[in-house]
Design a protein around this ligand. Structure first.
Ligand SMILES: [Zn+2]
Length: 270
């Protein structure tokens, strides 16, 4: 492993620690300056447990007050981020483009965590993310700035249309299933995430990102319904699934492999 790879993996790991901290404090409406705390009893964590990986390695894996273990999610994020960062480094080499895509990846992972854990895509994350991606459109090597900005506009309009459509749909499903559905599967957070994904994938890449989103979400919903029906013997067609993580998947694939996917598609069409 070259020194370059090692250093960038280390940066990825630190970003992972930061993502975990942000995912712990932002949904609880705390500032980023708040010290890491136990999610269950609010006791401040030992400094060695600020990184979950170090916490586990140094036997600080449990909260000293209530014994709750450090979250598994934090371990996954701390291991995943260096892998993503190194993968991007090997693909792009040291460049402004690498820095941009690394930042975008960090935002995508943070959004995935808050959406899975709290069903939240927060404006406090997405507003700076959209500003960053708008400025980044002028430094993106894979896209012209026109394609990137058009992608952002398309992302906003198409996700906003789905957002408007989701409100009466979930009310209708609620009436059909005879119970109140308080959770709308499609919130305004998804619209902001769609705008961000549009900016980083551009046109026509964003359409492919949306296609991957709908396909993977549909497959996941089928598997989920099947498992529920078989394992728990409960049929529930009206469980809303969060779209955020699937939008992240489509966005990430098209952000990194957009050029290849489009070349493949054009090659097929001729
Ligand atoms: Zn605790």
């Amino acid at each position: 492993m070259s020194i370059e790879t090692f250093v960038y993996a280390l940066i990825g790991w630190l970003v992972g620690v930061f993502i975990n901290h942000a995912a712990d404090v932002l949904p609880r409406r705390m500032g980023l300056g708040a010290s890491p705390r136990c999610a269950f009893c609010d006791t401040p964590r030992s400094q060695l447990a600020w990184s979950t990986v170090i916490g586990y390695l140094t036997a600080h894996r449990a909260c000293p007050e209530c014994g709750a273990p450090l979250p598994l999610r934090s371990v996954i994020v701390e291991l995943l981020m260096p892998a993503i960062f190194v993968g991007l480094l090997w693909r792009y080499g040291p460049s402004v483009h690498l820095g941009l895509l690394s930042l975008y990846s960090a935002i995508l992972i943070l959004v995935t965590v808050t959406d899975l854990e709290h069903h939240l895509i927060q404006h406090v994350i997405m507003a700076p993310a959209i500003l960053l991606a708008t400025a980044g459109a002028f430094f993106n090597h894979d896209l012209t700035w026109r394609r990137a900005l058009l992608g952002g506009a398309t992302g906003f309009v198409s996700l906003y249309a789905m957002f408007l459509f989701a409100q009466p749909m979930s009310a209708l499903l609620g009436r059909l299933s005879g119970r109140e559905i308080s959770e709308v599967p499609f919130g305004f957070g998804d619209v902001t995430l769609g705008t961000f994904v549009g900016l980083i994938t551009g046109l026509p890449g964003f359409f492919f990102a949306l296609f991957i989103t709908l396909l993977s979400a549909g497959l996941a919903a089928l598997v989920y319904l099947f498992v529920r029906a078989v394992v728990q013997r409960r049929y529930s067609l009206f469980t809303p699934i969060p779209y955020g993580p699937f939008l992240v998947l489509g966005g990430f694939v098209m952000m990194v492999y957009g050029t290849e996917v489009l070349q493949w598609y054009i090659g097929r069409a001729i």
